[in-house]
Design a protein around this ligand. Sequence first.
Ligand code: DGL
Length: 267
Amino acid sequence: MIGVFDSGVGGLSVLKALREELPHEDFIYIADSGHAPYGERDEAHAIARSRAVAAHLVSRNVKALVIACNTATAAAIHSLRADYPLLPIIGVEPALKPAVALSKTGHIAVLATRSTLGSGRFQALLDSQAGLARFTLQACDGLADAIERSAENRDTTEIIASCARYTRAAGIFGTQTGQIDTLVLGCTHYPFARPYLEELLGPHVQIVDNGQAVARQTRRLCAPMLNSPSFPAPSSGQVDLFTTGQPQTLQAAAGRWLGLVGLVKPL
Ligand code: DGL
């Protein structure tokens, strides 16, 4: 199995891309919703939780680990790679480089958690794109949490209000000189708010996330260990879902967004 985790249901957006890219692989997904959000607490919390969740996945003999969370990647990927030097570990970070390639106005907005935007790892990523575009950074307190809650109660009012508030705070979107024409979703929860963002920003603003890039990178790193389409493992394509929070939240999210009906187990 390939292990995947996030602070909650957001990493399902990455799991979706992983299943499309690697349909013969089995996955085990852990939503650490009982200790979410990571992005509005200190770095030590994200590191401690990432280590605890990774230890659980490693105890189940995963052949690779995907950190399906920008906040946990920024805080903990170094520690996890030090803890498990032989395990392929794939992280996710805001798609600045693809956004630079797409943007015509050269003005890009990045929505992410406060913790991701304040991290040294993100600063280094930003520095690597210095001079290539203008970046407006917007922390979105509460948005991941609103998405988490909507999975079950289907109430999108708070998501829509947050998306409106944070895109307005980022600046003017459009295709004219100086306007923001590209939006980076720097948190794995936010792809589930994409329809509302598209409606707010209109068809000319491009929205980018990193799910597919992470899935392709996982395929590259795991190539020698993957099940082959002609000889897949007998159980291939299976997904085991665990949560440290309310099982019905992950159950609802996995059913609604990935069409997965398997039983969610508490961790
Ligand atoms: N899904 C996480 C990310 O990609 C953030 C959610 C949280 O704040 O816990 O950053």
